[in-house]
Design a protein around this ligand. Structure first.
Ligand code: AP5
Length: 222
């Protein structure tokens, strides 16, 4: 199966993609994580993406499509489905994805819309800390998501930092970009009858239950 997570910045897409991909043996593909990896590795693509990301704007469709399609092909070679987090993010990307999947005799099974309030987004992003080394994601104030040792990653022990694009001014710009470029995808997928709305304000465990109930109802299996 192939699933897409859509939602504003800080809706919890990355957090829940990590939990679900383990349970369902899907390959998680987070566009933002892949781009940040390129920035860390100082690749040509990372050089092009860095300023754009730090300003809270979108990297061009061509660049993002090529890296994501390459990763989807690798997953399909292993006979696995994908969980796309943060891709597609424009109508152009969605149309290119449809064409790509049709060309690979595949399709999307479900698009989950994380319907999250602005207050919740600000609270989540202002408290988010990430591992600069492995990218693992934590929250300072949420007891379920706090690191075991303050300021250090549970997985690799490296220091946690705040993402540059989690500054209040950039968060506002990312939200505007989301409304302008990405929110139209909700109608796009609703018309295809594969869009499912979720209560993005729920806490982590309630939200996981909500997603799993939906997966069972839709009989989504690997
Ligand atoms: P990306 O990294 O994808 O950023 P985003 O979509 O803005 O999403 P976030 O990572 O900020 O939030 P999330 O929804 O994953 O929330 P999280 O789980 O971390 O993209 C970054 C940039 O890359 C973009 O701005 C753009 O420039 C570029 N880019 C990426 N994809 C692109 C594309 N397709 N095209 C062009 N450009 C692209 O949760 C947030 C916090 O809340 C965490 O601390 C978490 O621990 C906590 N939390 C999560 N869930 C809950 C919950 N249920 N209850 C309480 N706390 C929770």
């Amino acid at each position: 199966m192939n699933v897409v997570f859509i939602g504003p910045p800080g809706a919890g897409k990355g957090t829940h993609a990590t939990i679900l991909s383990e349970k369902y043996s899907l390959v998680p593909l987070a566009a933002g994580d892949i781009l940040r990896q390129h920035i860390r590795n100082k690749t040509e693509l990372g050089r092009k993406a860095k300023d754009v990301i730090e300003k809270g704007e979108l990297v061009s469709d061509d660049l993002v499509n090529s890296i994501i399609f390459h990763e989807i092909e690798a997953a399909f070679l292993q006979k696995k489905g994908v969980l796309l987090d943060g891709f597609p993010r424009t109508i152009g990307q969605a149309e290119a994805l449809d064409k790509f999947l049709t060309g690979h005799r595949s399709a999307l099974d479900a698009v989950l819309n994380f319907d999250t309030s602005e207050d919740m987004i600000i609270a989540r992003l202002s408290g988010r800390r990430v591992c600069a080394n492995c990218g693992a994601n934590y929250h300072l104030r949420n007891p379920l998501l706090r690191p075991k040792k303050e300021g250090l990653c549970d997985k690799c022990g490296q220091p946690l930092t705040q993402r540059k694009d989690d500054q209040p001014e950039t968060i506002r710009h990312r939200l505007e970009t989301y409304q302008k470029e990405t929110a139209p995808l909700i109608g796009y997928y609703r018309r295809k009858n594969i869009l499912y709305d979720l209560h993005g304000d729920y806490d982590v465990n309630e939200f996981q239950d909500e997603i799993q109930t939906l997966f069972e109802k839709l009989k989504l299996t690997v």
